[in-house]
Write a protein that binds this ligand. Structure first.
Ligand SMILES: *[C@@H]1O[C@H](CO)[C@@H](O)[C@H](O)[C@H]1NC(C)=O
Ligand SMILES: *[C@@H]1O[C@H](CO)[C@@H](O)[C@H](O)[C@H]1NC(C)=O
Ligand SMILES: *[C@@H]1O[C@H](CO)[C@@H](O)[C@H](O)[C@H]1NC(C)=O
Ligand SMILES: *[C@@H]1O[C@H](CO)[C@@H](O)[C@H](O)[C@H]1NC(C)=O
Ligand SMILES: *[C@@H]1O[C@H](CO)[C@@H](O)[C@H](O)[C@H]1NC(C)=O
Ligand SMILES: *[C@@H]1O[C@H](CO)[C@@H](O)[C@H](O)[C@H]1NC(C)=O
Ligand SMILES: *[C@@H]1O[C@H](CO)[C@@H](O)[C@H](O)[C@H]1NC(C)=O
Length: 418
């Protein structure tokens, strides 16, 4: 017998009272569902992808019939529009126009973003708000004490979603290397993703976070009770994990717990591709040692002879405290660490804060972890982020082949280089 989960989410703010209902049949295994890896390959890099982030987002937005819900760090899709077209600014303009068009055809768009500032202007979301899109900003430090809303998630019609490293920024489509998951026609799995969005949306209107998020935000699936799905006509198991702990609602798995469990489960291979790795905090004062991930990596390599490969980004803004930890890890038997460097664009001037591998994922012999967070304490203890944890042989081998493509590419350097 089917179990029908009915969830009524009441959104109550000072100015509006709205309510809606999501009927989710948690036994829905998504038989028409698909899952794909979407990547942004910076212009000029000689690497191939089957699906670009731009194309995944265009499909999501142009197919939207009822709703588009976006939980984002910030949006700067249009400010590349005036540049020489060789920079790829058009890719961001496309997405912005598609959003405006969806809004005009009656799709209800809601955007929750991190509190804008001088250095993180909200021109694009202001322009969308003028068109009638609902926009909220979260003052994250007021609610959590520190950190930012750093997540990057788009949910469409409560049945399709993008979750990954790419910001809603034209640079993330043209000049920065990104990786994410594009899930289509899978309401049961997307339900948990939508609930994470609803938490941000609600939180933006709160002066204090609840001690308990209550039953409307209870997760359907978690690490011990994974979704069993039929995606791409294959059996998948999957769950969403959430950080920081203040956003881990009932029956959810915390992001760091999912990450460490995946490392602990590996018996032969762990491959990590992450922009920044440091077993410490980076943003509080003073920074403090935080060995949670580091211990799991060293234990896997030393205790179980797991072959660990780590591909970490080197760019002009690499934090000078990072290399020491990577040098240390590389000294351990079974652990190999390399830098990944995206060369300058062929045209000068360079676009500031670009030409970097911004992807954040891990693949073991048994599972894939694709997230939105850099790997330092701050991201797991106070910043808003999400990960999809995916168990399927074909998916995992495809992610492995992407890792191997990058590891064996001309863009890697020995860790001793810097
Ligand atoms: C592209 O798709 C093919 C066929 O599904 C797959 O074998 C390959 O790994 C994919 N390549 C990338 C980079 O995703
Ligand atoms: C945002 O708008 C302001 C005022 O119109 C402008 O000065 C600024 O350059 C814009 N910034 C971006 C990133 O578009
Ligand atoms: C996972 O979900 C199941 C049922 O949905 C629940 O019984 C269990 O307590 C959850 N686990 C965690 C760690 O929340
Ligand atoms: C690793 O080995 C342990 C002990 O043999 C086993 O329980 C576990 O399932 C294995 N993990 C994987 C991913 O194969
Ligand atoms: C990084 O810095 C070097 C040296 O200043 C400069 O030549 C290069 O263009 C910079 N790259 C980017 C992408 O800004
Ligand atoms: C991978 O992990 C899942 C979930 O823990 C487990 O059921 C499965 O047996 C594992 N597969 C392998 C090949 O170890
Ligand atoms: C982590 O990622 C963000 C963007 O996702 C980037 O701007 C930042 O510089 C990165 N590094 C650190 C140490 O936070």
């Amino acid at each position: 017998m089917k179990v029908l989960y009915t969830c009524i989410l009441l959104i109550i703010s000072l100015f509006s009272v709205s309510s809606f209902k999501i009927d989710i049949d948690s036994s829905n295994n998504c038989q028409d569902g698909t899952i794909q890896i979407a990547e942004s390959i910076p212009l000029g890099l000689n690497l191939q992808t089957n699906l670009t982030t731009h194309d995944a987002w265009m499909q999501l937005i142009t197919n939207a019939k009822k709703s588009i819900d976006m939980g984002i760090f910030y949006m700067t899709l249009t400010d590349g529009g005036q540049l020489n077209p060789v920079y790829g600014g058009q890719l961001g303009m496309d997405i912005f126009k598609a959003l405006a068009e969806a809004n005009s055809r009656g799709v209800q768009i809601r955007i929750v973003q991190n509190q804008p500032s001088k250095s993180m202007p909200d021109n694009d979301t202001q322009a969308l708000a003028q068109m009638g899109v609902q926009v909220r900003s979260i003052n994250w430090p007021n609610l959590v004490g520190a950190g930012i809303l750093h997540t990057k998630v788009i949910v469409v019609d409560q049945s399709s979603a993008y979750l990954g490293s790419a910001n809603l920024d034209w640079r993330s489509l043209a000049q920065v290397k990104e990786l994410g998951v594009f899930l289509q026609n899978c309401p049961s799995m997307v339900y948990d993703t939508e609930t994470a969005f609803e938490q941000y949306w609600e939180a933006a209107a709160m002066s204090q976070l609840p001690n308990n998020w209550g039953s409307s935000f209870t997760a359907l699936f978690n690490q011990t009770n994974m979704a069993s799905l039929l995606l791409n006509n294959q059996q998948y198991q999957m769950f969403l994990a959430v950080s920081p702990p203040q956003f881990v609602s009932d029956d959810r798995t915390g992001d760091i717990d999912a990450l460490v469990a995946a490392m602990n489960a590996a018996n032969s291979s762990i491959c990590i591709s992450v922009m920044d790795y440091t077993p410490a905090s980076l943003y509080n004062r003073p920074n403090t040692f935080w060995p949670v991930m580091d211990n799991a990596i060293r234990a896997a390599a030393f205790n179980r002879n797991v072959k660990v490969r780590m591909l970490i980004s080197h760019w002009n803004q690499t934090n000078s405290r990072i290399p020491q930890w990577l040098h240390s890890l590389d000294q351990v038997s079974n652990i190999d660490v390399r830098w990944f460097v995206v060369p300058d664009f062929s045209v000068n001037p360079q676009v500031p804060y670009t030409r970097v591998n911004h992807a954040k994922y891990m693949v073991t012999e048994n599972q894939s972890y694709i997230g939105t967070s850099n790997w330092s304490e701050d991201y797991y203890t106070n910043t808003g982020g999400l990960s999809y944890n995916i168990f399927n042989t074909q998916f995992t081998s495809q992610l492995q082949s992407i890792f191997d493509r990058d590891w064996n590419s001309p863009y890697t350097f020995p860790i001793t280089q810097w």
